[in-house]
Design a protein around this ligand. Sequence first.
Ligand code: BES
Ligand code: ZN
Ligand code: ZN
Length: 503
Amino acid sequence: MTSLRVSSTSLATVRTDAVVVGVASGTTGPELVGPATEVDTPLEGGLLAALSALGATGGLEEVTRIPTQGRLGAGVLAVVGLGKAPAEGTAFDPEILRRAAGAAMRALAGLRKVAIGLPCEDPAAVAAVAEGVLLGTYTFDRYRHLSAERAKAPVDSVTLVVPSPRERAVRSAVERAAVVAEAVNLARDLVNTPPNDLHPVELAQAAVDAAKALPIKVGVLDERALRRGGYGGIIGVGQGSANPPRLVTLTYRHPRATRRLALVGKGVTFDSGGLSLKPPASMPGMKADMSGAAAVIAAVTAIARLGVEIEVVGWAPMVENLPSGAAQRPSDVLTTYGGRTVEVLNTDAEGRLILADALVAAAADKPDLIVDAATLTGAALVALGRRTGAVMSNDDRTRDRVVDAATRAGEAMWAMPLPDELRASLDSPIADLANIGDRNGGMLVAGIFLREFVPATIPWAHLDIAGPAFNEEKPFGYTPKGGTGAAVRTFVKIAEDLADGRF
Ligand code: BES
Ligand code: ZN
Ligand code: ZN
């Protein structure tokens, strides 16, 4: 990961390849904000005129490069747009700073050393810039061997210029940002790893590796243990593949913990649909169908490294969903963990089957809160697009708190209902439940299916991250193409909020 240091050095004289400052978009063009004025002086007050001449507007994530011709310590001045300035007396939304910092880092790839000075009036703003930098420099080039095709190397050393770098709150905010960004980047690596190198066994091993040297206990149930233990959902979905399933648990307990959190994540290392085979065009993105599990693994490591005063258990059921002579058939009946039977009418609705087992197992510990994340339905994309996740819950207050935590963490998540009338569409003529119901409101139907496996007495929220988990389009802000690490920051924020008595 890119190295980050915090300093109060002068943006005008700091010796780096580039200096980044921010501008807002005003009614008549760009406006200097925060430390941008510091670099304007050695440029003899000509920065705004230069920007206007170059057609810059100050729009969010716009990056304009200006050669400094020796007038600054840096060879290049990069000016990043922050969009409309906030109302007088209020600060920029941290998410704006995070995006701008990420966009600047992406634009400057190929340079080695960069200093960045955005308007940071409080530790939360500093943390946002730090996160934006460390998330924006992410690259996944493990599979690129031809140097000619190698993408430009990411910026490898960044100086964050702030007024009081030694202040305790600033230092701890930056430390937290680094831990969280590293976790998000770990989840991205796992999602980006091709499915021929990341079967359930390898994903389970990745959890073991991630927890090494941390106070986290990892448990791995193999296919034999799963069969004996009655995890019929995981076994049923996994049985079509030569690569056997796993159920991983990661437990971290702070000595002063009083609240218990269960995090559950869908870990389908590849979802072909099974015998209810997906059309070819829908398949390549299905290596990302383990994004929920990746988020759980990454978030538990971050929670442990941050020493959040909580007990957290991560649950990650892992399977590969493939068709074969051993695969489950549409009309098979499974017995999920705890005894509920499910008629599998569509083998492509597999996420809910493995989550059913994991949710029942997680609830047996009687946690104070259960939150799951899953790339569960195509309907989530239809409803909310590619960038916004959905939050559903058995309790409206819990749902709203989860949405609030996500927003403060910088993740776009939107509250969705679980209308009771949709439950009847999941009735099966022969089993307790069918795994598909009404196509209309398919995301909500999936949420209602999951709700059946959580005791009404335990607050539970379900994040459908089918849209935001994988970016098939161009990079934006601090979000790269491919795996995004969706839900990691929300999970960590929820753990902190629960520890603080916010839930
Ligand atoms: N993994 C998919 C959902 C998905 C689709 C995630 C697109 C990301 C992008 C899931 O297992 C699935 O196939 N769901 C089906 C459910 C249906 C059969 C009820 C779907 O959404 O079509
Ligand atoms: Zn599926
Ligand atoms: Zn799936």
